[in-house]
Design a protein around this ligand. Structure first.
Ligand SMILES: [Zn+2]
Length: 249
């Protein structure tokens, strides 16, 4: 029985619990990971539930978030579907895009959002910048992706061993204008006590809150329950994304 057919309870009260259970299952899947990158499953290898799950547009923010979680779980488990990667899809969305998710991710070449979350053309609206920082132009892009294009989840994705966070924490001397990034990451590294993993999670939280609470457009969508803002950290070694709670417990 493929894991992705198990329903995740993402009701408001249980969303955190569901998320944590999800993170645990991702860890288990990573432990039995394959030694090679598996080819995507063919249509005839999918259960009808699996096929439906990736070829139906999510209608609510909770469904959109689940679609991402399921996609990362497939990727980690070595059962990617690689949906929406054919010429028919390309042509279908050429006149108009309506991605179900928007992302603020790091520019790091090891974290390709579409692959990590097993999505395809037209599914995710992605803004990437070193250190996944929410600066004005990034906020503008993501306001467009959510308010205009209608993305139902806005996800901030950090990753393990992030060079931008690490350099900020260590005050590393860098050429040119690279250190311009430090200013935006420093609030997250300040309270981390030199712990890089802690700083990376804090940076995801910091940038997500800047988007959620600092943009009137985004906070309005959240208030109207048209959008969820979420965050997570991608593990470079396992491919698994661990959620980051945005509000202190
Ligand atoms: Zn990075």
């Amino acid at each position: 029985m493929p894991q992705s057919s198990q329903p995740l309870d993402l009701g408001p009260a249980a969303s955190r619990r569901g998320f944590l259970a999800h993170a645990a299952s991702l860890g288990a899947a990573a432990a039995i990971g394959t030694a090679f990158m598996p080819r995507p499953l063919a249509a005839e290898e999918l259960t009808s539930a699996e096929w439906d799950a990736v070829h139906r547009d999510p209608t609510t923010p909770a469904e959109a978030l689940k679609q991402l979680e399921d996609g990362n779980r497939r990727f980690v488990a070595g059962r990617p579907i690689a949906p929406h990667r054919d010429m028919a899809r390309l042509k279908a969305i050429a006149p108009r895009q309506s991605p179900f998710a928007a992302f603020l991710g790091c520019a790091d070449s090891r974290v390709p959002i579409e692959i990590v979350f097993d999505q395809g053309f037209g599914d995710v609206f992605v803004s990437r910048i070193a250190g996944n920082i929410a600066v004005a132009e990034q906020i503008a892009s993501l306001e467009f992706g959510t308010a205009v294009l209608g993305a139902k989840v806005l996800y901030v994705l950090g990753h393990s061993a992030c060079g931008a966070v690490s350099a900020t924490m260590n005050g590393t001397e860098v050429p040119g204008q690279i250190s311009a990034l430090y200013f935006h990451i420093r609030p997250a590294t300040r309270g981390a006590g030199g712990n890089l993993d802690k700083a990376i999670a804090a940076n995801v939280r910091e940038q997500a809150l800047r988007l959620r609470d600092g943009s009137t457009v985004i906070s309005k969508l959240v208030k109207e329950e048209k959008l969820i803002v979420a965050g997570g950290v991608y593990d470079l070694n396992t491919g698994a994304v661990t959620p980051v709670a945005l509000d202190a417990a």
